[in-house]
Design a protein around this ligand. Structure first.
Ligand SMILES: NC(=O)c1ccc[n+]([C@@H]2O[C@H](COP(=O)([O-])OP(=O)(O)OC[C@H]3O[C@@H](n4cnc5c(N)ncnc54)[C@H](O)[C@@H]3O)[C@@H](O)[C@H]2O)c1
Length: 250
């Protein structure tokens, strides 16, 4: 596997535009040309990425890790034949895995980032990169002392609009940019919070590796609401992050 092949794979995964094709999809390539991919966290976003991972011709999804049985079962339905684990470390133990896609809750990103690099795998991780700035510094240091390919996914960053804007600026079509305004607008109906998800009835202590989810946060009895709605709690998320504001350039 060459660096270019790896980069192409990560680029394709980031595009978010690949069509769904049933598994297995890869055209016949030499075994060595296939990138063997694993995933950590196959919930809402992870399953979108999973569809893309199995549609990229030169890659093969071979394993996923998720703390919740329901998500592992869903992933297996989408990609029969994959191995499944409830602990990401077992996935990273796989010697023949080349790259890992991380779509786990924010408070676990740094651990999954650092463990993936330590295991010698390339990494594509969902935003936000880490829960805290200290964790981001740790991850940056790990990247600097590694030769692995690392990419943080932000919605649509690799898709056409931003690529066009970049080209227009580079080619001088836009001229000198002095100010950029950006914002995110969301309407929330009265009494209905953003991102509140229903808790499935099978979300029980028996079906979840709760310790792995807590990832060092203070221990407590199993709480399905927090597992499903981690976004609503500061200890697991950082609030919705959007690039809002006005950026002025001299
Ligand atoms: N949902 C979206 O539209 C969206 C879009 C872009 C990016 N993202 C990003 O994707 C990431 C995941 O978001 P989501 O909406 O898919 O969340 P989710 O809760 O739907 O999925 C997270 C998955 O990770 C699993 N998980 C929890 N702890 C784990 C651990 N320690 N090890 C392995 N698996 C674990 C959960 O069981 C769940 O299946 C976040 O970083 C989010 O910002 C989400």
């Amino acid at each position: 596997m060459t660096d270019n092949t790896r980069r192409d794979f990560l680029k394709q995964a980031a595009l978010g535009t690949a069509a769904f094709v049933a598994y297995p999809t890869s055209p016949v390539l030499g075994a060595n040309d296939r990138i063997r991919v694993g995933m950590i966290g196959v919930g809402n976003r992870g399953q979108e990425l999973l569809k893309q991972a199995i549609s990229v011709p030169n890659s093969q999804l071979v394993a996923i890790a998720d703390v919740y049985t329901r998500r592992r079962d869903e992933a297996k339905k989408m990609a029969p034949g994959i191995q499944t684990f409830d602990d990401h470390r077992r996935l990273l133990d796989m010697k023949d895995l080349d790259a890992v896609i991380v779509a786990s809750p924010l408070h676990t990103h740094a651990r999954h980032f650092l463990d993936t690099l330590a295991a010698g795998k390339d990494l594509y991780s969902e935003k936000t990169m880490t829960w805290s700035i200290a964790e981001a510094d740790q991850c940056l240091a790990a990247v600097k002392s590694s030769d692995r390919v690392v990419q943080i996914g932000l919605q649509w960053e690799s898709a056409g609009a931003l690529a066009d804007a970049r080209k227009w600026i580079k080619d001088g079509i836009v001229g000198r940019v002095t100010q950029v305004n950006s914002w995110m607008s969301r309407n929330t109906p009265h009494g209905k919070g953003q991102w509140v998800r229903p808790v499935p009835s099978d979300c029980t202590a028996q079906n979840v590796n709760w310790t792995a989810f807590l990832n060092g946060r203070p221990d407590r009895p199993f709480d399905p609401y927090r597992l499903i709605n981690w976004r609503l709690f500061w200890e697991f998320a950082g609030g919705n992050v959007a690039e809002n504001g006005v950026h002025q350039f001299a």
